[in-house]
Design a protein around this ligand. Structure first.
Ligand code: ZN
Length: 201
């Protein structure tokens, strides 16, 4: 006999759809949530709803933000002629935590992956090219991950940028292979940034 209510089942299914949550943990979390004090559980639900309703993409760099223009893009003290290209908003957050990078960003929302069918048109590359054509850009720093997908994307961008004549650099590979930028400590991030080299020449 199936003893779980359809509500718990639904919650379990929703949780199991999250990255890194397997069927077992989804069930454990579902039970944890239904056993929580009502106020806490509702507050969690409300936080999800609020975050979802109030999050949008920055119109300049496409990072996740709650404003039309994110705080970095809106800051006139930042160097708007240097753009660091990252895969995800959390990579940008990692660099922001160092407090040492003065340029702005461009968030791709992914990386090219022929294996999983993610092509150049599936990430914010067209938007990057548009941005580069409309603004006076000195340097594009490619800070995609050092995974196969990240490297493929870096190569692709450098090829796109070559005819445009903008200095294109790649962060140094002090970053462990396959390592997500967000998990790397600040010193390593800064070293990778400072040790960047020109590519696509
Ligand atoms: Zn922005």
């Amino acid at each position: 006999m199936d003893i779980y209510s359809r509500h718990i089942k639904r919650l379990t299914q929703e949780l199991a759809g999250l990255p890194g949550v397997g069927a077992k943990s989804a069930q454990r979390l579902a039970f944890y949530i239904v056993n929580m004090p009502e106020a806490k559980a509702f507050s969690l639900a409300e936080a999800i709803k609020e975050a979802k309703e109030n999050t949008r993409l920055c119109k300049e760099c496409f990072c996740l933000t709650d404003q039309e223009t994110c705080p970095v893009c809106a800051d006139s003290k930042r160097d708007h002629s240097t753009i660091m290209v990252v895969e995800e908003t959390r990579d940008m957050a990692a660099y922001e935590k160092t407090g040492k990078y003065e340029g702005v960003y461009h968030v791709l929302h992914g990386a090219i992956s022929p294996m999983t069918g993610v092509g150049p048109e599936d990430i914010k590359l067209k938007e990057l090219m548009e941005r580069l054509s409309q603004n006076d850009i000195k340097e594009v720093i490619i800070a995609t991950n050092s995974s196969l997908e990240g490297e493929t994307t870096a190569m692709y961008i450098s090829r796109l940028l070559k005819p445009v004549g903008i200095v294109t650099t790649r962060i140094a590979s002090g970053v462990p292979v396959g390592g997500d930028l967000e998990y790397i400590d600040e010193v390593t991030l800064l070293r990778a940034l400072e040790g960047r080299t020109r590519i696509g020449e």
